[in-house]
Design a protein around this ligand. Structure first.
Ligand code: G
Ligand code: G
Ligand code: NA
Ligand code: MN
Length: 253
């Protein structure tokens, strides 16, 4: 319970930060963009995982200011990359609650204007489970976001309450194959089969396919071979604070 007050303070005091993990082309190594991941360094408890505080924020109405903070921070950072000559996009995760917030598209549009970025610079990552939680409203919100020109990505594909029927209906651009399948890619024939099938499905639907959880060179090489569009994982880089990410970019290109 005390954590709620702490989280509210953390949002206003600036104790939340945003780290960035690159999304790269497995064949060329080219950097396409980065996923923004919120971090909370608690003065007493140390680092608190978003897996703990995002649900808390959803229950207490803090998810709106938190999402706005992450959006503003990530978009400002993306605008800075572009000023430095790196033409990248940025991806922000949306919680289930945010997806049924009919004012979200307006707030996203305002955040893009504050940052001076085109909508196509932003990808929003959503999970199927979040969409299913309030299907009617989620679809309306997603359609408004898509109308803005924002890119939509289905995160953790294959682990949620998946329904292939919705995959066809949702206005999405990208599919992220969940890391639980990617981690075992090199050793487990079942995982390899699932990843290849997901790639085929995503491509057949005209989606860009991202594999997350790429932890070694073998997985990277297989994914490149199989025509996976983008990869993300510790083998390429861990999520980095903004200055670390900027350095990573500079030494790479
Ligand atoms: O980066 P890490 O493994 O700690 O993230 C844990 C979980 O928290 C992941 O599911 C990730 O999508 C989620 N997460 C990270 N940052 C954000 C954020 O800014 N908003 C939301 N809603 N979820 C986030
Ligand atoms: O749910 P979502 O896909 O947004 O989760 C992103 C989380 O995955 C982040 O917390 C990030 O720290 C974590 N992550 C990123 N790359 C890897 C990886 O290569 N291996 C593992 N195990 N986790 C990763
Ligand atoms: Na994500
Ligand atoms: Mn994911």
């Amino acid at each position: 319970v005390r954590m709620i007050g702490h989280l509210r303070d953390a949002i206003t005091a600036g104790d939340l930060s945003v780290h960035y993990q690159p999304k790269t082309d497995p064949a060329t190594g080219q950097v396409h963009g980065a996923e923004a991941l919120v971090r909370w360094e608690h003065p007493e408890h140390g680092r608190v995982s978003p897996d703990e505080f995002i649900p808390l924020a959803e229950q207490t109405g803090l998810i709106r200011p938190l999402t706005t903070l992450v959006l503003d921070t990530a978009l400002a950072t993306c605008a800075e990359w572009r000023r430095q000559g790196h033409h990248l996009g940025v991806a922000v995760n949306l919680s289930a609650r945010s997806l049924s917030d009919t004012e979200l598209p307006t707030r996203v549009g305002k955040a893009l204007r504050r940052a001076g970025l085109p909508a196509a610079a932003l990808t929003l990552e959503i999970t199927e489970t979040a969409v299913m939680a309030d299907l009617g409203r989620s679809v309306a919100v997603l359609q408004d976001l898509r109308a803005l020109g924002v890119r939509l990505s289905v995160d953790d594909f294959g682990t949620g309450q998946s329904s292939l029927a919705y995959l066809k209906q949702l206005p999405i651009h990208e599919m992220k194959i969940d890391r639980t399948f990617v981690l075992g890619l090199a050793d487990d024939q079942g995982d390899a089969a699932i990843v290849r099938a997901a790639l085929g499905l995503g491509h057949a639907l005209g989606l860009r396919v991202v594999a997350e959880g790429v932890e070694d060179a073998v997985a990277l090489a297989l994914l490149a071979d199989w025509g996976c569009d983008l990869v993300q994982g510790y083998h390429v880089s861990r999520p980095l604070p903004p200055d670390g990410f900027q350095q990573w970019l500079d030494t790479r290109n």
